[in-house]
Design a binder for this molecule. Structure first.
Ligand SMILES: [Cu+2]
Length: 231
């Protein structure tokens, strides 16, 4: 009897999950379509390692700097896929953390506006941005300052480093249109893209930029593949 009850419970949970997914699909259909971007790279990963002798209780004794991350099926991670001309979509607030003496995520996408910068490490970090369209920032974030907020109003990809920990490197992609970052398999799903002909742009920190035309259909997923070339 108990077994039967447990099975009923699982079925109910599954039905609830299906309902949520269905609801999301309806929302997408109203807002436009989805562009599934696959970014491939034929070359080898680029990883640099550095000995660390500072704040080792938080940072560890070795920093791994991943410049080109290649995952399953030659997928390129940490690439920004965006539709820059499709303005007026849902605003996305960026959140960037400093955790284990790394910027997490390595690449954060955000709409023009506010970025929440966290310090989860309980040690001193320093936010140093290299920007041209937005004002550059060079600000200490002591361990007691768990969160600070900065404004980036102009579209731009901004390099961010920490002057306390020389290996820390991250990117802030301020995008006017919908955008997403590729995962470990090189896939990024851009949702709420207006239907019609759109230019999809892919950017990677060392492999550069590429552009492709995509015909987006409302309520549907359009797939497009990019192949980044080594330099
Ligand atoms: Cu730091």
């Amino acid at each position: 009897m108990r077994k039967t009850l447990a099975v009923v419970g699982i079925v109910t949970v599954a039905a609830a999950a299906a309902f949520v997914v269905g609801g999301r699909d309806v929302a997408t259909a109203q807002g436009g379509g989805t562009v599934e971007v696959e970014v491939k790279y034929n070359g080898a990963p680029v990883v640099e390692k550095l000995k660390v002798n500072k704040d080792t209780q938080k940072c560890g004794t070795e920093a791994v700097i991943e410049k080109v991350v290649v995952g399953g099926n030659k997928g390129l991670a940490h690439a920004v896929a965006s539709v820059p001309a499709a303005k007026g979509g849902k605003a996305v607030k960026g959140v960037l953390d400093q955790k284990g003496c790394k910027f997490v995520p390595h690449v954060v996408v955000m709409s023009p506006g506010e970025l929440e910068i966290k310090n989860s490490d309980d040690i001193l970090h320093n936010i140093h941005t290299y920007s041209t369209a937005n004002a550059a920032i060079n600000k200490a974030q002591p361990k007691f300052k768990k969160t600070m907020t900065e404004k980036f109003e102009k579209p731009e990809v901004i390099k961010v480093t920490c002057d306390v920990h020389s290996w820390m490197l991250g990117w802030i992609a301020v995008t006017p249109g919908p955008a997403a970052v590729t995962d470990a398999n090189g896939v990024a799903k851009i949702t709420d893209v207006p239907a019609g002909k759109q230019k999809v742009e892919v950017w990677h920190e060392t492999l550069g930029k590429q552009e492709k035309d995509v015909d987006v259909k409302a309520g549907q997923t359009t797939k497009v593949t990019f192949e980044m070339k080594g330099k």
